[in-house]
Design a protein around this ligand. Structure first.
Ligand SMILES: CC(C)(COP(=O)(O)OP(=O)(O)OC[C@H]1O[C@@H](n2cnc3c(N)ncnc32)[C@H](O)[C@@H]1OP(=O)(O)O)[C@@H](O)C(=O)NCCC(=O)NCCS
Length: 186
């Protein structure tokens, strides 16, 4: 594998990629297992929010995001059953990168894509549940803690270190810049 960020690129995730997604999920999230059908439902319902991370010809990561409601982030390993008619956020369900492909900016690059998806549709926020202490990473992109919006037992299912984070997106003439968005320091 090349060791340059230039060889790493996010591409649209297809239904045919879901077996690879399942294999990566099993490797990256052994403590937080989800059924492949649950992951596949997200791709089927909102392919515009789902990506695969390509390193040369190999899938080395995936990201799943879909429209949702800030006040009720979905439970882990649960079917959505459909998308809300009037979503108020893009919910990033998961970003998973195989260890050998980490540290080249893929996480940051996906967040830029997620922002574009949400802004294009006029959704005013992005939500996610940060697992494994990744809140430190997501805060770089303007995500902030919102403890009151998710019941503690639901949050606990995402692991002991989990916290629910929201990034508010600016609207109007100033857009993102007016909302105080700042790029990661790197
Ligand atoms: C989180 C993840 C997607 C980031 O992927 P990546 O391609 O390495 O992301 P980037 O290169 O854009 O950013 C790397 C930065 O994230 C930080 N980071 C990665 N995992 C972290 C963690 N668990 N806690 C805190 N920071 C973390 C790295 O330290 C690095 O910081 P640096 O720039 O100061 O060196 C990847 O580490 C991963 O798949 N982790 C396991 C699954 C996971 O935690 N997914 C997110 C669940 S919300």
């Amino acid at each position: 594998m090349h060791d340059t960020a230039a060889s790493i690129v996010w591409q649209p995730l297809q239904e045919a990629d879901m077996d690879a997604v399942g294999a990566i999920a099993a490797q990256v999230h052994p403590a937080l297992p989800e059924r492949l059908e649950v992951l596949a439902e997200k791709q089927r319902l909102f392919p515009a929010g789902c990506r695969k991370l390509m390193v040369e010809e190999a899938i080395c990561g995936y990201a799943l995001a879909h429209p949702w409601l800030l006040a009720g982030p979905p439970a882990l390993d649960a079917f959505l059953g459909g998308l809300p008619a009037t979503p108020d956020c893009l919910f990033v369900h998961d970003v998973a990168v195989l260890p050998e492909a980490r540290g080249h900016g893929a996480g940051a690059a996906f967040m830029a894509e997620a922002e574009a998806v949400a802004v294009a549709r006029g959704w005013p926020a992005i939500g996610l549940v940060a697992a494994y202490g990744t809140a430190r990473l997501w805060r770089r992109f303007g995500f902030q803690e919102t403890g009151e919006l998710i019941p503690p037992d639901k949050l606990a299912a995402y692991g002991a270190q989990a916290c629910y984070l929201i990034r508010r997106l600016g609207r109007g003439p100033g857009g993102i810049a007016a909302a105080g968005f700042s790029r990661p320091a790197s």
